[in-house]
Design a protein around this ligand. Structure first.
Ligand SMILES: [Zn+2]
Ligand SMILES: [Zn+2]
Length: 285
């Protein structure tokens, strides 16, 4: 079953999960076992704080999150009740920690074998694994991000978990370009004229487009930045073009602007994090 990423039910489900993640962060302090010395060493080496391929995630934490998260799936008509029932009945055997590891290490092979073994769509496993990963990594990042200089990291990948950004904004106060991680939600500053994916700084091959809807300034606050060198794109929200009081939630705006992904992809550009918006086997790269 393909995830209907543009449906209202799907958006509603994602919003509810986002609220759950946020409540989860206030309830728990630590999500992973990691030594301070290890973190310190990585800071000195100018590396992201976590090696997500090698995380030891507490099973208890995944169980706690899924206790509230899985019932949300039952309430929203995004996946079939049969898929959810099979998943719940085999949760222990499927092993949530292993599922999260498959997502973080992009192990499509394991996701496909789960799908064959349980007769549940690969997209379902991707969606569940992604949401569990995001919950745990956001929790870790809320504690760890004080240890990195988010204003001076300037790299294309996340200073906390090393992943690519899912979306970015031009900050209201100073117009600075702020990238947001698709996994752990950390935000960091990046150069204005530089592709976050390949490091290209040639302004002739970096450009952006937006949909001009005449009088609607709000629409033009949303644009797509593309790189003609690596043919990848990222969506950007120019906060300065939004009404003063409006503070966009980048996670939700990313889901709300799939029409821009469609346009960028039609022009031949790709996003390494689009699978997070529209979880699917074909996009999981
Ligand atoms: Zn991150
Ligand atoms: Zn590029």
């Amino acid at each position: 079953m393909t995830v209907p990423a543009e449906s209202k039910t799907y958006l509603d489900l994602c919003q509810k999960i986002a609220e759950l993640r946020s409540a989860f962060k206030t309830r728990y302090q630590k999500g992973i076992e990691i030594l301070d010395e290890e973190i310190q060493k990585r800071v000195e080496e100018n590396k992201p704080l976590l090696d997500i391929q090698d995380l030891k995630i507490e099973k208890k934490l995944l169980d706690e999150f899924s206790r509230d998260f899985l019932p949300l799936l039952e309430k929203h008509d995004v996946f079939s009740q049969e898929e959810i029932r099979i998943f719940l009945a085999n949760k222990e055997k499927i092993n949530l920690s292993k599922l999260v590891r498959s997502i973080l290490s992009k192990d499509l092979h394991n996701l496909r074998s789960l799908s064959t073994q349980y007769q549940v769509g690969t997209d379902f496993f991707i969606f569940v694994g992604l949401n569990l990963s995001q919950a745990v990594l956001e929790l870790c990042a809320s504690e760890l991000k004080q240890k990195v200089d988010q204003e001076n990291w300037l790299k294309g990948n996340c200073p906390v978990c090393g992943s690519y950004p899912a979306i970015e904004k031009l900050r209201k106060d100073d117009g600075k370009r702020i990238l947001r991680c698709g996994f752990c939600a950390t935000e960091w500053h990046h150069k204005r004229i530089m592709c976050p994916f390949c490091g290209n700084e040639d302004h002739n091959s970096l450009r952006y487009f937006f949909i001009d809807e005449g009088s609607s300034t709000e629409k033009s606050a949303f644009r797509v930045d593309v790189c003609d060198k690596c043919k990848r794109y990222i969506k950007t929200i120019d906060e300065r073009k939004l009404p003063q009081s409006e503070k966009p939630d980048l996670y939700l705006e990313n889901l709300n602007t799939i029409y821009l992904d469609v346009l960028a992809q039609k022009d031949g550009y790709k996003s390494p994090t689009y699978w997070m918006v529209a979880p699917s086997e074909d996009l999981f790269v």
